[in-house]
Design a protein around this ligand. Structure first.
Ligand code: NOJ
Ligand code: MG
Length: 537
């Protein structure tokens, strides 16, 4: 594929690195930039095209870097600006793009902007954040809740007003209605774009604008006991406001100043709202992250519905994308089980749209149990016992069977999975049929098969546990058949038309088999069949 032109983010495969947990180079138990640099050959050999780094900027780490105190620096924990420049250079020399995390919704409370803003009611930066008088009862200005527990408003003693924070009190929200805030963040973007970064993944982009009148949010009538408390109210007035699209378009204009870069938005919304983030005339985000696979029921039928709905709702010309895991959600191998994780891999890499992999999913990493005294995630600390903790999906990458899995020579900041001596890159590389080699084979096939990247998507059937769809492009058609169950299934070709050559099975043992009349799948098996076009339905 052409990696130099405008379409690299359409053709390519994205890979999220959570820097604290990828590779430690200085024996402090926390991953860092030099560590990532050392592991670039692995990423290049895996065949991914772009690496998105979760935040590496100076931060008090109340939310592990999503609380930034300097947007244009590097936290010493991760290294220096020199290390970063070296990483970008080395990545580009290996044909890899680097995408940074931009966190414009909120800063750290220690950011100099907030220090100024809170210092007095008439400070010039007062309106850079969201300050309101107390409500009529002297309490918070309205009923909005923090995603990490409690009111989203914290009273500041010095001035007697409340400031808004969608997340921790240590993460005050910026006021995106203020032109100076927009300009300041645009300058931050230009700073990194000038350094050669290839784009941004924008944190909680759908949160950026709040209701101008700060109306109370309505109750969530479907709230269930045992769910996190912030779900008791909807976010009707605190997120996804119409004016946000203007903000997104403003960011896109900045990336456009620099040519072929990508703007990705983190957005948890139903598909019909999500697709609005492509913007008017596609002038918004090129990749509003599609998280539908993260929360759907894992069945042939519900996945076919999601894919069909999404394909139907995409605005003309909009490019789709799919995500299977990230640093906020339980690992896919734990959500759906080890066997189905291989089906998920084949699904992700054969759907139409840019795939984003989460580090470690390619070696089948599962959720790691975190003992109460090991909890680091502020969400779990504030709202304990409901299973919201995100530490279990952020544990160190398992490189080899040496102590600390080759991640660090010191005790890692989070515990390692107990099975790392078997489940690691080195041992899975040696096992010809491992999940890692499945990922490698899928990535290779995707790269050499334009039908998998550019081809149309046509649903064929979702019967019981079997999902069938076709990808087709210029004289080449592929049928993908996935078994979502543990029992064998078979389907006859006559009505559907998939006689042809089997290119890949998730078990990596059927390549070259010729399919005539009947396609049989073992339990938890998925296959890709190349169908001569005259026989494709
Ligand atoms: C979304 C990030 O992915 C998550 O890790 C973080 O806690 C919140 N935004 C707040 O920044
Ligand atoms: Mg380190």
């Amino acid at each position: 594929m052409d990696q130099s032109g405008d379409s690299w983010w359409k053709d390519g495969i994205f890979y999220q690195v959570y820097p604290r947990s990828f590779q430690d180079s200085d024996a402090d138990g926390v991953g860092d930039i030099k560590g990532i640099l050392d592991r670039l050959p692995y990423l290049a050999s895996l065949g991914v095209d772009a690496v998105w780094l979760s935040p590496i900027f100076p931060s008090p780490m109340a939310d592990f870097g999503y609380d930034i105190s300097d947007y244009t620096g590097i936290d010493p924990l991760f290294g220096t600006m020199k290390d970063f420049d070296a990483l970008v250079d080395a990545a580009h020399s290996s044909g890899l793009k680097i995408v940074l995390d931009l966190v414009p919704n909120h800063t750290s409370e220690q950011h100099p902007w907030f220090v100024e803003s809170r210092s007095s009611r008439d400070n010039v930066m007062r309106d850079w954040y969201i300050w309101r008088d107390p409500g009529p009862d002297g309490g918070p200005p309205n009923n909005w809740l923090s995603e990490f527990g409690g009111s989203a408003w914290t009273r500041d003693e010095a001035t007697g007003q409340y400031y808004y924070h969608a997340f921790l009190a240590q993460q005050p929200d910026l006021n995106w209605r203020h032109p100076a805030v927009r300009e300041a963040i645009h300058e931050v973007m230009r700073f990194w774009l000038r350094k050669g970064v290839d784009g941004f993944r924008v944190d909680v982009i759908w949160h950026l604008i709040k209701d101008a009148e700060f109306r109370d949010n309505p109750p969530n009538l479907f709230y269930r006991e045992g769910r996190p408390p912030h779900e008791k109210i909807l976010t009707q007035y605190s997120t996804d406001q119409p004016e946000v699209h203007d903000v997104v378009a403003g960011m896109r204009r900045v990336t456009e100043e620099f040519g072929s870069r990508v703007l990705i938005g983190e957005i948890y919304l139903p598909l019909e709202r999500l697709v609005a983030y492509y913007g008017n005339d596609l002038q918004g985000a090129q990749m509003p992250f599609n998280f539908a696979l993260l929360s759907t029921l894992w069945s042939a039928r519900s996945i076919e519905k999601i894919v069909t709905d999404y394909e139907r709702m995409l605005p003309p010309g909009a490019w789709p994308n799919w995500v299977l895991g990230n640093h906020d959600r339980p690992r896919v191998a734990s959500r759906i089980g080890r066997e189905q994780a291989r089906i998920a891999a084949m699904l992700l890499l054969t759907l139409r749209g840019t795939p984003t992999l989460y580090y470690g999913d390619e070696i089948g990493m599962h959720q790691v149990a975190i003992a109460p005294d090991q909890v680091r995630d502020p969400f779990e600390r504030n709202v304990p016992g409901l299973g919201v903790g995100r530490d279990g999906c952020r544990t160190p990458m398992q490189w080899d069977a040496t102590p600390n899995a080759g991640f660090s020579t010191s005790a890692p900041w989070l515990p390692l999975a107990g099975d790392f001596t078997d489940e690691n890159v080195v041992s899975l590389d040696r096992d010809a049929r491992s999940i890692l080699n499945l990922y490698r084979a899928l990535i290779r096939l995707r790269k050499e098969t334009p039908a998998l990247v550019l081809g149309s998507y046509t649903p064929i059937a979702a019967h019981g546990d079997l999902l069938l769809y076709r990808r087709q492009h210029e004289g080449k058609a592929l049928v993908i058949a996935l078994n979502f169950g543990a029992e064998p299934v078979s389907v006859t070709s006559s009505s559907i038309g998939f006689d042809g050559e089997l290119l890949l099975s998730t078990f990596l043992d059927r390549q070259g088999e010729s399919i005539e009349g009947v396609l049989g799948l073992r339990g938890n098996e998925g296959v890709i069949v190349e169908v001569p076009l005259d026989r494709a339905a």
